[in-house]
Design a protein around this ligand. Structure first.
Ligand SMILES: [Zn+2]
Length: 340
């Protein structure tokens, strides 16, 4: 922060990197000990039925000293409440933060250089031992790394990695969490779809993010098929595609071709904001397929005022451009019954 006149990229990067290793603020002491009530609410919300979180005997039978907290609750123990968060946000917005943290300074610097948008990118946690009832955690946060400027799909930006070290009442490390965000310059807002009659080429729809778990769906669509992922172990269908079966945890799967028939379970009609490449008003439905799975897709061939929950629909594979085919749904006519 000493050389405010030197605005070259190298000098800016040096100023960012000077934050590496700086504590974000004073350590946060958990307001409550690890306790059964919070664990009970957590596992009920998550639908986790593992008895080691609630049953002393089951926990001991599994080699634990007693009831343990779900590992993923780690950060919940030191989170400040909603009211304190809102107050801190307001103070920051008003510039009245009594004691600015290294975060406040870093983000002010990034904001000033145009990196005003933020998105969380990833979080890794390492656990040294399970947390047990009565543990009282303290979290110490350090800005671990500020990357050089990177080009990303969202815009140019800097990745900021924060490391939180969690210790118990005796000062022993129990877990570490690394949390990464991207502070980026938002891309200029592009014009909405050109008015009809102009020569400007119609912008293409955004591409789906293809992973090995989901590529089959779009490849199938190109071949005219609506494919649904099926667990090869227990046979249950699932959509959207996932690497593992949520019912039996198997990683083995194949696909089945849907009849493409279903009913509108729910829908919205989007008017704004208008994203280039789409036509508005844009009706989007959750369709319950005959096979029992639900799928989110666009509706086509219908007046938006005529859409009703429960109406029968059938799939139409629509080639929206030369390399993207999407399943959409249209009202099922009597003549269409059994067509697919
Ligand atoms: Zn399964």
């Amino acid at each position: 922060m000493t050389d405010t006149l030197d605005t070259t990229p190298d000098a800016f990067q040096a100023r960012l990197q000077a934050f590496e290793g700086r504590p974000v603020g004073p350590p946060t002491v958990a307001p409550d000990e690890v306790n059964q009530a919070m664990i009970r609410h957590w596992v009920e919300a998550m639908g986790d039925e593992n008895p080691v979180y609630l049953d002393e005997e089951a926990a001991r039978a599994n080699g634990f000293p007693g009831v343990v907290a779900p590992a993923t609750m780690l950060q919940a123990w030191v989170m400040r409440g909603l009211r304190a968060s809102l107050e801190a946000d307001r103070a920051r917005a008003e510039g009245s933060t009594a004691d600015p943290t290294a975060y406040d300074e870093l983000f002010l610097l990034l904001d000033g250089a145009g990196f005003t948008s933020v998105v969380a990118t990833n979080c890794d946690q390492d656990y040294r031992r399970p947390l047990v009832l009565g543990d009282r955690l303290t979290a110490t946060a350090v800005i671990e790394a500020v990357s050089a400027q990177k080009q990303t799909g969202l815009g140019d930006g800097h990745f900021v990695t924060t490391r939180l070290d969690f210790t118990d009442a005796a000062g022993a490390e129990v877990a570490t969490m690394r949390f990464r965000i991207l502070r980026f310059k938002p891309k200029p807002v592009t014009a909405e779809a050109p008015p009809a009659g102009t020569d400007a080429p119609r912008p293409r729809r955004p591409r789906p993010a293809l992973t090995e778990d989901i590529a089959f769906f779009f490849e199938g669509a190109k071949e005219g098929k609506l494919l649904i992922q099926r667990c090869a172990s227990c046979g249950k269908l699932r959509h959207p595609p996932l690497p593992a079966c949520p019912h039996c945890r198997s990683f083995d799967w194949d696909t089945v071709e849907s009849t493409g028939r279903g009913t509108v379970f729910s829908f919205v009609v989007t008017h704004y904001p208008q994203v280039p490449g789409f036509d508005y008003p844009l009706p989007i439905a959750v369709v319950e397929l005959e096979e029992g799975t639900r799928i989110v897709a666009g509706l086509t061939g219908i007046d938006v005022g005529a859409i009703e929950i429960g109406m029968a629909v059938e799939v139409e594979l629509v080639a929206v451009d030369e390399d993207l085919t999407l399943p959409m749904f249209r009202p099922a006519g009597p003549a269409a019954t059994g067509a697919r």
